[in-house]
Ligand binder design. Structure first.
Ligand SMILES: [Cu+2]
Length: 135
């Protein structure tokens, strides 16, 4: 094993439990940037009020291969009239396979979230925005 493979394997061993119990998974959103395609997935295929486990997958836009993008964060905000934007975020952990990350996020109410995903690692730095409804 290369050192990187060993590291990824070690991370997967420690953090891999995130999505282990999913019977199936569906795509909530796909967003293409210049270099990578970011896919947001969960068991139900939608976000609900309360706690949500989810996964983010990164593939290269050209080769369609999984990309290790390093450290990944996901932040959400919802603008509501008469109050400060509601903010919720998650730090993601590498899952069992390269280019796949898992996290948990909690929403106190329903409504459409503006989602910002950012990454920083060996393949470079980047971010992208898209919106996801919370039902
Ligand atoms: Cu709200």
């Amino acid at each position: 094993m290369t050192r990187l493979t060993a590291m990824v394997t070690a991370f997967a061993f420690v953090f891999g439990a995130g999505a282990a119990g999913w019977a199936a998974e569906k795509t909530l959103a796909t967003q293409k940037t210049k270099d990578v395609v970011v896919t947001l997935k969960s068991e139900a295929g939608q976000w609900k009020q309360g706690k949500n486990d989810f996964a983010l997958e990164f593939t290269s836009a050209k080769e369609k291969q999984p990309v290790d993008v390093g450290k990944v964060t996901l932040n959400t905000s919802m603008t509501m009239s008469g109050m400060a934007p509601m903010i919720a975020g998650a730090t993601l952990k590498p899952d069992k396979t390269p280019g796949r990350y898992v996290g948990t996020i909690e929403f106190p109410d329903t409504g459409t979230r503006q989602v910002t995903v950012a990454w920083d690692g060996p393949a470079g730095k980047g971010s992208t925005k898209f919106s996801v409804p919370v039902r």
